[in-house]
Design a binder for this molecule. Sequence first.
Ligand SMILES: Nc1ncnc2c1ncn2[C@@H]1O[C@H](COP(=O)(O)OP(=O)(O)O)[C@@H](O)[C@H]1O
Ligand SMILES: [Mg+2]
Length: 503
Amino acid sequence: MQKREIGAVICTMNGPNSSEFSFVITNAAESIPVRKGHFVELQGEDGTVIGVVSEIFKTNRYFERAEAVKEFERGAPLKSIFPIDRWEYVIANAKLMGVRSSVSGGFGKVDYPPSPGEKVYLADDEMLSEVLGFDRENGLNIGALYQHNTEVSLNLTRLLQKHVAILAMSGSGKSYLSSVLIEELLSRQREQGRLAIVVIDVHGEYIAFAEKPIHPSLENFSDKVKVMKGAYFEIAARHLTANLIMELAPQMSPIQARELGRIIDDMKKKMQESKQIFDLSDIINAVETDERINPRTKEALLGWLYDIESLKIVGREENPKLDDVLIPGKALIIDLSDTVNLRRKQIIITYLATRLFSLRRREEVPPFAMILEEAHQFCPEGSRGYAPSRGIIETIAREGRKFFASLVLISQRPVRLSTTVLSQCNTHVIMRVTNPYDLQHIGESSEGIDRSALETVSSLRAGEALIVGSAVNFPVFIHVRERKSNEPRLSRSIEDVARTFDV
Ligand SMILES: Nc1ncnc2c1ncn2[C@@H]1O[C@H](COP(=O)(O)OP(=O)(O)O)[C@@H](O)[C@H]1O
Ligand SMILES: [Mg+2]
């Protein structure tokens, strides 16, 4: 493709230097509107230099001196006397990102300024892909680069070997992006490496994946997706451990937990010998009839156990059977939209994450990515409240990559999200955020975000995102692509809903 020339390097007070330069946009660029965020390339001493436009401004000599402008405007308008338009210049500042060595072909840091007068071109797609670290062949195509048509294809390992956080206020497109990500993961071929996907769908936004397309132009994912309603979710009593119960009943004392652990272990042994399966009522029975236990501990334990029983979530068998439901290239959606009780949701997530991680450590399930909406509710920052699921989510965040268990955490309140977890998310996808506290928090917890990027974050529109971290070589702004699958039906307007009641 022919290179598209847009300008020429100019001299400024301190540039061009080895980290930035300015260029004037020339007539050659007439048909190419140059904007903030554009990537540019030019010839440098050591090879092709790539930069990104960080600011654009206009200047016009005719308007530099206030007194002259005022004096002239007293008579006829300036415009009728001078060819003002011809004196208007557009100047762009650009930051240098790197140089592709003309000798080795490798990409490195720029340590020598480009020359004044050097022609500036729009960066070419292929080069950009390489420079930004995209994987054009086997990556996950989630959209296009801001201001360019370059496909944003993120390498699976770079994105999901560690964890991802998608952070933004509501309505900015987090769930939409995560659906696009799911489409990409479900579309992979066996040879490309496929993960199993688990979606914890707090609002029922992903269940449309399991339905046939509502329009012929949409792609069918229904044969790769299974939905499980929270109401049917069951924990197998034999997979309960004292630790898990302790998470479920956080006020339990260590002594109580130890006693309970002993009783459950005894029961497991006994049942294994007689090949029987036990449930929660058997555990309750065992506590009731245990003679070694101190009466006060017994009473407290029974209290916790009855409380768990009232949630009707522990049974003889687990449902779904977690060692069976994870399949490479397929998704399991746990639909919690009908589960009103927050404690029940917490328990489901705690159990699910604990079991899946332990199955994964024993390599009994495929590598997986777990997508968690409302992550701040299930993994809050210590001072901001308690959630039983926090412990296991932090554990997966810290150790998951050794076992190929990745997290995709979605949150509209990053300030409330556990900092332990946030710091283990090596890729942050940041969409529109306007709350100053959240912005400040993101600025502090995401690597590679500078002030100007942070300012841009507050002016992003729905479907636009900033990606920073291990998935990309440089922070990039992108447009998330349109989805290929059914949109959730819940995006009804208040007018629609009102009309159905107004007949
Ligand atoms: N990339 C996109 N392309 C088109 N529409 C989008 C895009 N991202 C978001 N939207 C629209 O914006 C709205 C909000 O998106 P959603 O993902 O539900 O936001 P969030 O999960 O952040 O609250 C949805 O109605 C969705 O259709
Ligand atoms: Mg959402």
